[in-house]
Design a protein around this ligand. Structure first.
Ligand code: FE2
Ligand code: FE2
Length: 142
């Protein structure tokens, strides 16, 4: 494993795995703190987008990157289209982040934990956008 796929493995360990634990924990904290229905529904939308997004990265994109880095052809068709989809999902996540942040400010400790998850998500997405996705696109010949 080299370069961008080593970075992808780090992202999975440092961001994807904790995120999967944090999403339900934070949701439970928001419920306990009496968060409004609107806050909970936005949080659940974020969790729903992320569930599929992380899966596409881990099951298709990151393994394909490993193959491309070794000069091999990934067997997954439509990888270019999938990259555009991941990009759109990052923008959806940005919009949910912008909607949620002001609502979380009034929710004390539970709100702070949720903001912490959003902060980590920004770092995580920025690494993918700077160091991983462009390499996949370049190796695909885009
Ligand atoms: Fe990711
Ligand atoms: Fe991502």
């Amino acid at each position: 494993m080299s370069g961008a796929s080593a970075r992808a493995a780090e992202v999975v360990a440092a961001h994807h795995e904790p995120l999967r634990r944090w999403l339900p924990e934070v949701e439970a904290g928001l419920v306990a703190a009496g968060a409004r229905r609107e806050v909970l529904s936005q949080w659940r939308r974020l969790a729903g987008v992320l569930e599929h997004h992380l899966m596409k990265e881990e099951v298709v994109v990151f393994p394909s990157l490993g193959l491309l880095e070794r000069g091999l052809e990934p067997s997954h068709p439509g990888l270019e289209r999938l990259m555009a989809e991941l990009d759109r999902e990052h923008r959806d996540i940005d919009r949910l982040d912008a909607t949620l942040r002001p609502m979380l400010a009034e929710l004390g400790e539970a709100g702070q934990s949720a903001v912490g998850v959003l902060d980590d998500l920004r770092v995580h997405a920025a690494i993918e956008e700077a160091e991983i996705f462009p390499v996949v696109v370049r190796l695909l010949g885009g």
